[in-house]
Design a protein around this ligand. Sequence first.
Ligand code: PGA
Length: 250
Amino acid sequence: MRKKIIAGNWKMNKLPNETIEFIEELAPLIKNTENEVVICAPYIDLFYALLTVQGTNIKIGAQNMHFEEKGAYTGEVSGEMLKSIGVEYVIIGHSARRQYYDETDKAVNEKLKKALSIGLKPIVCVGENLEQRENGKAKEIVTTQTKLALEGINGENAKKTIIAYEPIWAIGTGKTATKEDANETIKWIREEIEKIYGKDIADCVIIQYGGSVKSTNAKDLFTMPDIDGGLIGGASLNAQEFANIINYNK
Ligand code: PGA
């Protein structure tokens, strides 16, 4: 049985004091969940978040990282830096980064290799835009992104890679993929992983859905056989709403 991972992607939201308040409110609401709970906070909030989650079942992630350990990369943060303060997860290749910061499949691949090599748990985002979906290109896009992200990564490490299928047209738009479409697309991703690594490994890889998940649709989505939880943007900014999503199976 694959574990469900429910991860909040706060994007560029919340100050340190808001981070602390949020975690203090969330922790008691989700203390009995068997789902893995992750908050991916802005860099500036990570240290406060890590201090506040001590003694809770909440894990902390970052939203990006550089693939080099150190050097003249003004404004960047390395995986080693994240790891050194106790960050466990890192989002790689979110569509916002691919779109606004020209993050390429090659950069995603390099970041993924680095994250795996230092024991950060990567959440790699893939997903098609509306035009691609309407032109019947979704399968080609998500399987190609998956294949390129995993290039040169061995089976053991592939198993540790979490994929988030996030159709770009569903992110922050209030439009959610139907549970059937989301499940089918995730199956395509799993089949691609199977082609590279075989069924045993493909069956272990956690693949989330992201894109306008809220408490009212979480259960429908997360009880589909191939959907292993979600990456939640807007709805993860409110502690009660995020708790309701995490407790979808209570
Ligand atoms: P959303 O964002 O839930 O606000 O659609 C999801 C994401 O970008 O990870």
